[in-house]
Design a protein around this ligand. Sequence first.
Ligand code: SAM
Length: 234
Amino acid sequence: MSIRAQDPFVDSFATMREDVNAFLSVLRDSDLPLLYGPRLKPCAGQWRKHFTDKMPVAPKDLILEIGSHYGEVILKMAKDEADSAFIGMDITLKRVVKLAQKAQENELHNLTSILCNAKFLDQLFAPEELDGVLVFFPDPWAKKKRYHKNRLLKPEFLALLAKKLKPEAYFWFKTDWEPYNAEVLAALHAAKWREIQAETGLPSKVYTSRFERLFKGAGQTTFESVWAPPSQIH
Ligand SMILES: C[S@@+](CC[C@H](N)C(=O)[O-])C[C@H]1O[C@@H](n2cnc3c(N)ncnc32)[C@H](O)[C@@H]1O
């Protein structure tokens, strides 16, 4: 079940009975590292404080994964980089619950799962709050042209993303869908993002997502690039 809300801080499941979806009671009552709706609001633009309250020291970097699915990539990153903080964002109830359960089982206090649509990025993050953003294999909306309007990575979204990233931060993008890759790369070039060859930090390492493994296993080509935001004029 995917969240459909016009406001990221509203509980769009408020009137739904728990027998409709087994994960609703977990979402409402658990002490998992899982936030959505009204519980997201105090964290908006205050993510370092949120993690400083949970981690032994303030996080070094703050990394967001959009479309974190069941958390295969972000769980591994959070284990590898215990001094940084990670937010896994997805629109699907079951996936965010499962990710939060795994984070708790593994005692990853530097990882929080959030149920939210990435279109609300502006409400969730302060300018230059993020050190890195990953979007691995976003839904390509490939089958019919009229669905292309649903694609996330469009020029307006990329402009917003640039504002939320620190100047030295990165945007790491992977897709299997060549036309989507071409569209995103053209938009990044047009907006003066700079492609980087990461030699240090997370993007210099190999993190294979579930979809990446599926596509590569089927012999399909995948595309991957890392970008630094355009210089902002303040
Ligand atoms: C094709 S899957 C890829 C999952 C994972 N990143 C991987 O590479 O294996 C896309 C994921 O993005 C999520 N998603 C789609 N649109 C989203 C949006 N607007 N905001 C946040 N998550 C979204 C879906 O629920 C799904 O889990």
